[in-house]
Structure formats: C-alpha cells, structure tokens
Design a protein around this ligand. Structure first.
Ligand code: SF4
Length: 275
C-alpha cells in the first residue's frame, strides 16, 4: 500500500486544483481542518464496511456494532483534525442523519455473493500509445459483488442531492474501478453508485454505469499528462467557491506567489521601470 501509486483521490485532486495537489501530495502540509460532510461520509463508510464484512463471512451483525464503527470513525477523525461545521450543522444532527441512512440501508435486502470489501487493488495504467506508466493505480472499492453478467463494483456516496446520469457517465472514478476489477480478476465489471441522499426525507439512489477499453486508455492518458505537468512544476490555483470553500490550504494558497514578486531582481526591475 505504501509503494508509489496513483489513486482516484490524487488524480481528482490535481484535476480540481493543481495547487491544492501540490500542498497535499508534494509539500505534504497536514490538514488542520476537515469538513463535517467528509467526516460524515467516512463514518458511514466505516459502518458499511463492518456490515459488508460480516455478510461476506456469513456472521450475524447487529445494528449496534455498525453504530460503534460509525462513532469510532467519527472520534478518530475529530482527534486528527478540527471538524468544520457550516452554520446550519452540528455534531449531534449529523451523527443522527448518518446513522439513520445506515439503518435505512441495512433494513433493505442485503447484498449477496460478495467478492471483496474495501480490498486494495493494484493494477498497471496504460496510455492509448501502449505506454505503461511507472506508477500503478491503487483502487479500494467499497464492495464488489458477483452477478451472472460479471462483477459489480458498488461505490457508496453521501450527498446532499441525487446524482444525474451524466455525472456517473463522466465519472473517472468509475473508470478506475472497472479497470482495477477487470485487471485483477479478468472478468467484466460494471459500477453501481449507491447514493445516500441527505435530503429532508433521506433516500437511497442506485445508478449504474458501464465502461469500455477506450475509457481505460483515456484514464492512462489523463494520468500520463498529469505526470508531465508535475515534472515541470505546473502547479497553479483554480479558484472557485466550490473548490475553495472546503479547502484546508487557504492560508498557504493566499501566500503562494508572494515570495516570487518580492525577489530583489523583480523589485529592481519595477523601480527602474518607474524612473
Ligand atoms: S484555496 Fe482554492 S485555489 Fe487555493 S489551493 Fe485551495 S482549492 Fe486551490
């Protein structure tokens, strides 16, 4: 797991904001805050993993065990970083919401024929030219089940709104999972997004998506070009409300570039220009 690799989180971080990628993965600046929604999502995932592992091993599990996994995860995250709540959020309401979503899911028919739960899959990445990238892809799918059509990668999300079909069709994460599952087991794979929608009336949305060989090499091409950008230090901010509101690097981002403009040669140049 510690050997150099690409993950979907790293790829999407660079695509979202190359400067945020730099702070997180190159400079290694630890995050001091974490958005409450992210904490909720991780805690729900911890509860789901406990549930699915018990099902895979055919062991009975009560909801209280899932609740413990959920609350333990919450505690670990709050020990590691300050949780950022919006003015409408508080810990108690969010925990109740997360537990009610978990309960809703476990009240449904449980998944069957489980192949793996949060299993790390290391696979090579290949560009459309046939070039195999040095660093492999590491994908950790929440839950993989078997069906008569092949493997089904189940990816769980918590979201304030339902997903659109275009969102899942364009999802690079789905391409990562299909590629990883097919390379690992040499069986066809599809992806199902299972979205815990945090509306007033919480609900669970399921939406499927398929990928082909072109998606796989497109993924390789994207990562190859990110590697090229990193080699020439092409890190720059992409400022938007969506990106920056939950970014833990707002302070270093504000300071970024100031060092360059106060370099003596630049000051001299600007003074000469005034005269
Ligand atoms: S504050 Fe915004 S622009 Fe700056 S690093 Fe974070 S996401 Fe990027």
């Amino acid at each position: 797991m510690n050997r150099p690799h690409w993950s979907y989180s790293q790829i999407s971080c660079f695509q979202r904001c190359p400067l945020q990628y730099y702070f997180r993965y190159i400079a290694g600046i630890p995050r001091k805050t974490v958005p409450a929604n992210m904490v909720l999502g991780s805690a729900v995932h911890a509860g789901l993993a406990t549930y699915h592992r018990a099902l895979m091993h055919h062991k009975p599990v009560g909801f209280s065990t899932l609740e413990t996994s959920f609350l333990d995860s919450w505690q670990i995250q709050s020990d590691n970083a300050k949780i950022d709540y919006t003015f409408k959020q508080n810990q108690n309401d969010l925990q109740q919401l997360g537990l009610s979503l978990l309960k809703k899911y476990t009240d449904e028919e449980p998944p069957v024929s489980i192949r793996s739960v949060e299993k790390p899959l290391h696979v090579p990445l290949q560009a459309s030219t046939g070039y195999i990238l040095e660093k492999p892809l590491l994908a950790i799918a929440d839950l993989i089940t078997e069906s008569s059509d092949g493997l089904l990668v189940n990816e769980f999300k918590t979201s304030s709104r339902a997903y659109s079909s275009m969102e899942v069709e364009q999802s690079l994460q789905a391409s990562c999972y299909v590629h990883a599952a097919e390379e690992t087991w040499a069986e066809p794979a599809t992806v199902r997004f299972i979205i815990f929608v945090k509306t007033k009336q919480p609900r669970i949305q399921r939406i499927d998506t398929v990928r082909d060989a072109h998606n796989t090499t497109r993924l390789g091409d994207i990562v190859q070009n990110i590697e090229r950008a990193i080699r020439v230090d092409a890190f720059y901010p992409i400022e938007s409300a969506l990106n920056c509101s939950g970014c833990p690097y707002r302070q270093p981002c504000k300071e970024w570039g100031r060092e360059q403009v106060t370099k003596p040669e630049l000051l001299n140049f600007s003074t000469n220009g005034c005269h």
